[in-house]
Structure formats: C-alpha cells, structure tokens
Design a binder for this molecule. Structure first.
Ligand code: GAL
Length: 352
C-alpha cells in the first residue's frame, strides 16, 4: 500500500514539474519502477555537496531539494563546505564511501571540483552540477538558470533608466563559473552603448567569495577614485548589492544611484520597495530543485536523458537544462516573487 501511495505521489510531483517548466526540456514520463529501492531495506541515496549556506538562497535550495528528493521516496545526504575547496572534496569523498547512488554538486571552485567528479566516476557514480558548472571534467548533466541572461536582464533594466553615463560593475566570485557567465551577459547588452561612447565602465572588479564586505570596499573605492561621479551600479548578486548600497549610503547616495542585483533576497526586495535598489533577478529555485531531484532519480536508475542543449566546460559538451530567470522591480514584484510564494506579502511590505 505504502509503495502504491508513494508512486502516486511521485507521478503527481513529476506531472507538476512538467507543467511548470513547459518550455524547458524535462523528463516526459520518468517511469518510476520498484527499483528505487536497492533492496528491501535501503532506497536509493543522493548526495548533495553544497558550496555554502551563507546566502539566503542556498538555505532555500537545501530545504527544497531535500523535500523534493524525499517526495520521490529517496534518501539524501547533504553537506556544505562554506567556501573551503579541500573540505568540499573531503565531504564528497565521505558521501561516496557512505554509498550514495548519485552525486549532486554545487561547486565552490569550478576547477577544483573536477577532482570530485573523477572520484565519483571511479566509484561508478554519476554527477549532476546544480546551478554552477564544474569545469574540465565529464559531468553527466548540468541544471541551472540561463546565467548569461541574468546579466543581460540586469543591464537592459539599467540602460532603460540610465542610457548614458558612468557605470560600475561589481562582479561575483572569479572561482564561480556563474560569475563569468553573468558578466558576459552584462557586457553583451552594454557593448553597443559602450561602443557609441554613451556608457563608460569606470570600475570593474570581481568579488572574492561573493563577500558583501569586499563589495562594500569595491564600491567605496569606486566612489573615491571617481569623486562620486557614478550614474549606475550593476552588482552580481543581492548580497554584494547590499554591500555596495551601504557604501552609497555613507555618501548619501543610496536611492540616488540605481543598483541592480540578483537572487531576490528578502533584504533586496525590501530595498526595491523603499527605493534604494532598482531591480533584482528572480530565479524560481523551486523549479530548479524539483527538476534536479527528478533527474537525479532518473539517472540514479541508469535511465537515459538527452536534452538538446549542451554547454562546453572545457572537457566535454555537457548535457544541460537551463531555466528562465525573471527581471523584477517594484512594478512586477507582486506578480512574480509574491505570486510564487517566494516571499510573503507581509515579509516584503510588513514591519520588521
Ligand atoms: C551563484 C548563484 C547566485 C548567487 C551566488 C552566490 O553561483 O548563481 O544565485 O547567489 O552564487 O552564492
């Protein structure tokens, strides 16, 4: 009886998943058979090796992925390395020794994690890269958002407001492939205006570990060396945008100079409401976590999945699923973030 109920739950979950990601290649009908249980005692087990739980979104990713995997009747083992490459490798090794059937990884360092993929494959375990790409290793699947598009959405929103002027770019962590994709997207969109001489990039720095304090220091330096003559700031995520806005605040320029971010963090959404941040890019991580969970079940059962999209990671053409990011400002906040239940009306507009 329990198994029939679980299979029903699973089919409902997958049906939902297919419905909400119509335009993205997903699993049509992942037929789940009894063999999600290795033996009567043990269901399949998925390892989730995360980089960090420092940013708000990763706490959500962790909870959502855990729920999604358990809704398929599988077990999940989760660890976070908080930016320590050696620790992430050791944590993944431990999961492999603990008998996981598939590894899902959020790499801290796109290059360093190649070693983990080799170890997993050596043990006959497939690897899915979650949100961030692993470079120079033959990973089995990459599922993320279109991160170049994240950058394009930020730049397009900013150019609508500031078609001409001095721009500051606060980049993400250089160890994170997403930071490079995002930057490529920003400059894809800005380049024509830069070539026309309308827009000038007067400051452009990576932010080690996406650390808001480093972003604060970058912004303070940009203000100082440019005598506060800045018209727009594009920051790679909301955490770094928060650091940059603090530096603007110190010069009485918060809400005066528009700032773009990413991740739809609650603090950032509140800044959009009070006018100190201009926009953020919302990524429905509910869809990401459910997609990866369903694909992990599928691949852990040695079933095939051949999406038409692939990304070259320096070693191979990696099969990929890329979800759509959404630009959010004060006008569409309710129709996107709140409508999806990503944040509640009260959390965004209510008192502290
Ligand atoms: C990136 C991710 C962003 C951001 C950042 C910091 O890889 O795409 O959403 O949060 O990591 O952890």
């Amino acid at each position: 009886m329990k198994l029939v109920k679980r299979m029903l739950l699973l089919l409902v979950g997958v049906g939902l998943l297919v419905a909400c990601t119509e335009n993205v290649e997903t699993l049509e009908n992942p037929d789940v058979e009894e063999d999600i249980w290795i033996t009567d005692e043990a269901p399949l087990k998925i390892g989730f090796a995360m980089d960090t739980l420092k940013e708000e979104r990763w706490l959500k990713d962790k909870a959502l992925f855990e729920t999604a995997i358990e809704s398929h009747g599988l077990e999940v083992e989760i660890a976070a390395a908080n930016g320590d490459d050696a620790l992430q490798i050791a944590q993944a090794e431990e999961m492999i020794q603990n008998g996981i059937d598939l590894l899902v990884i959020v790499p801290h360092n796109a290059e360093a994690t190649a070693a983990i993929v080799h170890k997993a494959h050596g043990a006959g375990i497939k690897v899915i890269a979650y949100d961030r790409l692993v470079k120079n290793a033959e990973i089995d699947l990459y599922v993320s958002f279109d991160n170049e598009k994240v950058g394009e959405l930020q730049a397009e929103a900013m150019m609508k407001l500031v078609p001409k002027g001095n721009y500051v770019f606060i980049g993400g962590a250089p160890t994170d492939n997403n930071a490079h994709l995002l930057k490529k997207g920003v400059f894809n969109a800005l380049q024509p205006a830069i070539d026309r001489g309308d827009i000038k990039i007067i400051y452009d720095e990576w932010t080690e570990d996406w650390n808001p304090e480093y972003a604060f220091a970058h912004m303070a330096e940009a203000l100082e060396i440019n005598d506060n003559q800045i018209d727009a700031v594009i920051s790679a995520n909301d955490a770094t945008a928060g650091g940059a806005i603090e530096a603007l605040e110190a010069q009485g320029l918060a809400g005066v100079i528009p700032v773009a971010g990413q991740d739809a963090e609650l603090a950032a959404v509140r800044r959009i409401v009070d006018g100190t941040q201009m926009m953020t890019v919302y990524k429905p991580i509910q869809d990401l976590s459910e997609q990866v969970a369903a694909l992990a079940v599928h691949l852990a059962q040695d079933k095939e999945f051949h999406p038409t999209v692939s990304i070259n990671n320096g070693k191979s053409e990696v099969p990929a699923v890329l979800l759509e990011p959404v630009a959010v400002n004060n006008d569409n906040l309710r129709d996107t973030i709140i409508a999806d239940g990503f944040h509640s009306e009260d959390d965004v507009y209510g008192t502290e």
